[in-house]
Design a protein around this ligand. Sequence first.
Ligand code: FAD
Length: 363
Amino acid sequence: MSDVYAEPTTGADPTDPATLARYTTLRLGGPAARLEVATSADDIVRQVREAEAREQAVLLLAGGSNVVIGDQGFPGTVVLIRSRGFRVVAEDADTVTVRVEAGEPWDDLVAATVERGWSGLECLSGIPGSAGATPIQNVGAYGQEVAETIVAVEAYDRTEGRVVRIAAADCGFAYRGSIFKYSDRWVVLSVDFRLTRSPLSGPVRYAELARALGVEAGDRVSLVDARATVRRLRAGKGMVLDAQDPDTWSVGSFFTNPVLEREAYELLRERAADLGEPPSWPCPGDTVKVSAAWLIDKAGFGKGYAGPEGVAISTKHTLALTNQTGTASTAALVALAREIRDGVQTRFGVPLHPEPVLINCTI
Ligand SMILES: Cc1cc2nc3c(=O)[nH]c(=O)nc-3n(C[C@H](O)[C@H](O)[C@H](O)COP(=O)(O)OP(=O)(O)OC[C@H]3O[C@@H](n4cnc5c(N)ncnc54)[C@H](O)[C@@H]3O)c2cc1C
């Protein structure tokens, strides 16, 4: 079992101002009015219902790797999701469908699928957090995203007060988004992934990964090589959690890559004419996705750029905002995020949007 999550301290006082910082990878977040731990799907539903009966707001927290929690903390019940495990629920000659409990550490699951020769998650190696949170923002990296393999999500629907099964087609998956993100309605209990029985990865789509593997884009490689290479590339960018490395005390990418209408993209090219061509990728509907890291860097916020109280852009990746000393406040991190967002807007006229979920704070 992975040790990626901080385990709750028995008898600890949730109203201690440092409480939620313990459970987030940014090491930020104030107290909770109440803290509960749920170790099974039934337990998660029970805890949510009990909080509702107390008329308390609910915050679901699993790996804490995609949240920014304000210094005031959360004035309701925080439910720590610690359900574990996965099992095969359907299989045929070519595919395996695995049902994964929400609290299962994501990278443990990816390791297990690679070990068993189940293809489909290998490029998502090294991403922190839980399996149950992956549908929330349609987790993606290195040319793969979970929308490609999720077949259904089992969730507790807080509006209807019952457990429902939501087919992938109804999850509203989009680039770093879904119906679940920014919604209090759904509590993900388990996720079904359909994987292919194959010792080989899917076609390698990401140019940097293909280069590192020494193959052409579109080629397949062994699952083991894909996983090892992705983890190595990620580690070089501070994108694999490391308790010894403050460059990883982040939420990964703080801003999403902006997706621009063609006209806005041409305007950006004009404003950036002195800097060369902005890295971009064509998207559906004649839109263009632009590299947020490039915009941030060219607007004057390079790796290591420091804000107040020891918050800084990672020295390894321009998109990661970090709490380098582990002692900063959320206010300091948010101030740095605002400075960067406003600087990019002024220089290039492109709005940046945060990727993590902001709780009791705004940028
Ligand atoms: C170093 C680093 C690298 C990263 N790299 C990537 C990357 O490459 N690609 C990528 O997409 N993301 C990346 N992330 C972001 C993050 O790891 C993922 O979004 C991850 O899926 C979050 O999982 P979590 O369990 O930590 O979620 P949490 O941070 O605990 O929660 C995130 C949000 O989901 C909600 N939530 C959590 N569990 C449930 C549930 N069971 N039901 C309903 N809502 C729930 C929470 O309330 C919150 O709103 C990275 C983060 C870090 C720190």
